[in-house]
Design a protein. Structure first.
Length: 140
């Protein structure tokens, strides 16, 4: 897998687009693209395992009442809705592997690669205001 400079550039390799440059998801013509920050500082709530083919994520409670900015709330709702739809419809998804983000530990700016396999949401629970969890597994 080859990492290239910038998430946007990596998404272009599969013709995926985001609502805005800070969006937590992207879409191709027929699938969602979720993002795994593989060097995230919060290793307990962002667990990517290439050998196991899993990405396990816990999203903290997010709301205006908790002091979160409107764009953060909007992006959390967008992610939640996409994960929920993918889980309920058992959609195959793509996974972008990202390092060097604001909450990452890698130096040298954001670098990303698209995992060449499809993924599916196998576990999903919670909601945006109380926090939610999902597990993606590599399926092919």
């Amino acid at each position: 897998m080859r990492y290239i400079k910038g998430l946007g550039a990596a998404l272009k390799t599969i013709n995926a687009s985001r609502g805005d440059q800070y969006s937590w998801i992207a879409k191709t013509e027929d699938s969602y693209v979720f993002t795994a920050e593989i060097d995230h500082q919060d290793k307990d709530n962002n667990v990517y395992s290439h050998p196991d083919g899993t990405f396990n994520k816990n999203v903290r409670p997010i709301s205006k009442e908790l002091g979160d900015a409107h764009p953060t709330v909007r992006h959390a709702v967008e992610l939640y809705e996409a994960i929920k739809e993918s889980f309920e419809k058992q959609l195959k998804c793509n996974l972008a592997l990202v390092k060097g983000t604001l909450y990452g530990t890698s130096e040298g700016g954001i670098k990303a690669a698209i995992d060449g396999n499809f993924w599916q949401v196998k576990e999903f629970s919670g909601n945006v205001k109380e926090g939610f969890h999902f597990l993606l597994i590599r399926v092919e």
